[in-house]
Design a protein around this ligand. Structure first.
Ligand code: GLU
Length: 483
């Protein structure tokens, strides 16, 4: 094909972007980049009531966050209404569309009657056959009217880029409305007009648009336009095999950003939601995805959104990043949890990088740097109860004090000297080193598990370690005097 490939992402700014929409953007972008084509952005903001600038901004921000860039200026659909109306008038003039004066009440009555007979409602074309006189009368009374597109008999057929041949009998399509009674164009005509205007060659969107496509093909044809290619992406289902809902995965991108998903992980994960390069590999960077992407790899079946897999992938991306690359992502979580502020962050930068190093192979979400790592900044505020029951028993206070005394003597306080001292103590007392390690971990971190405790102690420093051991003993004195 010599023609330049031009695709578009056309969200409505009526809410935050959700997983399905973002995946549509990713597939379009990959398709454009792979084929050296153009990826365009169209903001479908014709619904004045529900469209909000803040949502438009969110769309821009979300795409930028994911590293999806767009070619050419974004198109705002509301600015093209003149052109939509021009096309509506062309169809009216050529008798491919007609005015309909039927009131909503009358239509509701008609619908009720046909449905009573078990037949799906189709507009019975009452106004198509209106005598000229009657029309003139309605016009002079300024009766509200809509414009309906006249569906001619026949079969509408197209080669879906994903599903293959799709055939629809036009008799199944209603004479749908292309202009409302307030003279505003509807989605169908607006989308078709803009797709032509923007010279879109391939329309790739969710399966939820399958029923729009025959209507739009008929509009393209009626207007004498070349019909673009269409492809419909499988829907995304939750682990419960139900369509994603607010409770199951259909949350906005911002919510994933808030729990600490990295853009690379989100992009990689969504790219594999319904598409596969044909092997078992799962981790791909963007360049590799562009290289491998093909519409042939898109599944016809619904995709399953597995949050555990996203978290696994995120963990892989976190541990493979350099500490300095992670810092700007982790910092907001520490700041949000009031663990540090911006000033301290600047002063303690090298310490922060070490904390990231020690934690990064153990976390799956950036938020966990704050949840599980707060003890690098503050003494534990509480001790994990199950770990307390398990590790703090039988002479525990004495053991912690013995460890305190051994560590206090150390002139050089690093992981090797700490470990040596602890093991010597265990040998001297003839008990296993783990009888010191686990209780000390709990005293120092507040958790039953942590990164290597000798490294943690080295990073915290002698003063903090000794203070925390003592705090634990004091706490036990108070809470469990008999231990
Ligand atoms: N604005 C539509 C939506 O958000 C997209 C329409 C289209 O892709 O044609 O679902």
């Amino acid at each position: 094909m010599n023609q330049e490939i031009r695709v578009r992402f056309a969200p409505s700014p009526t809410g935050a972007l959700h997983t399905g929409g973002i995946r549509t953007a990713i597939f379009n972008w990959l398709f454009a980049r792979k084929n050296k084509g153009k990826f365009l952005l169209r903001i479908e903001d014709t619904d004045k009531e529900r469209s909000k600038d803040e949502f438009t901004q969110m769309i821009f921000d979300n795409l930028k966050w994911l590293g999806i860039d767009w070619d050419e200026e974004p198109v705002f659909q509301s600015k093209n209404i003149k052109n939509h109306n021009k096309n509506i008038h062309k169809l009216l003039k050529e008798k491919k569309a007609y005015y309909c004066y039927c009131s909503p009440e009358l239509l509701a009555k008609m619908r009720k009657e046909t449905e009573k007979r078990g037949i799906p409602f189709k507009y019975p074309r009452t106004c198509l056959q209106l005598p000229e006189k009657q029309k003139e009368e309605f016009e002079s009374k300024e009766l509200p009217r809509v414009v309906r597109f006249l569906i001619l008999e026949g079969i509408t057929e197209y080669d879906d880029l994903i599903h293959g041949k799709i055939k629809v009998n036009n008799s199944e399509i209603d004479d749908f409305i292309i202009s409302r009674s307030d003279n505003t164009p509807t989605y169908q005509i607006a989308a078709v007009s803009d797709d032509q205007d923007m010279k879109i060659t391939h329309i790739i969107r969710g399966d939820d648009h399958l029923s729009n496509t025959p209507k739009q093909i008929l509009l393209h044809k009626a207007l004498g336009f070349e019909v673009p290619s269409f492809g419909h992406l499988p829907l995304i289902f939750g682990m419960n095999k139900k369509k994603l809902s607010k409770r199951f995965g259909a949350v906005s991108l911002d919510e994933y950003i808030d729990i600490g998903i990295l853009p690379e992980a989100m992009f990689n994960f969504l790219a594999l939601l319904g598409w596969s390069p044909g092997n078992e590999r799962e981790l791909f960077n963007k360049t590799e995805l562009i290289e491998l992407f093909s519409l042939k790899g898109i599944s016809k079946n619904n995709a399953i959104f597995d949050i555990k897999k996203l978290e696994w992938m995120n963990g892989k991306y976190i541990s493979s990043k350099e500490n300095y690359e992670l810092l700007p992502f982790v910092l907001p979580f520490w700041i949000k949890m009031r663990i540090i502020d911006e000033k301290i962050a600047e002063e303690k930068k090298s310490y922060l990088l070490e904390v990231i190093e020690i934690l990064k192979s153990r976390v799956k979400k950036l938020s966990e740097f704050a949840e599980y790592g707060y003890y690098f900044f503050e003494d534990p505020s509480h001790y994990d109860q199950p770990a307390e029951n398990k590790y703090w028993k039988n002479n525990i206070k004495e053991r912690l004090m013995d460890l305190f005394n051994s560590l206090e003597k150390l002139k050089v306080f690093n992981k090797d000297t700490i470990e040596k001292s602890l093991r010597q103590l265990a040998e001297l007392k003839n008990i296993s080193a783990s009888k010191y390690i686990h209780p000390a971990r709990l005293a120092i971190t507040g958790f039953g598990i942590s990164p290597g405790i000798f490294e943690v102690m080295e990073l915290l420093g002698k003063e903090a370690v000794l203070r925390r051991l003592k705090n634990a003993v004091q706490y036990l004195d108070f809470s469990s005097p008999n231990l």
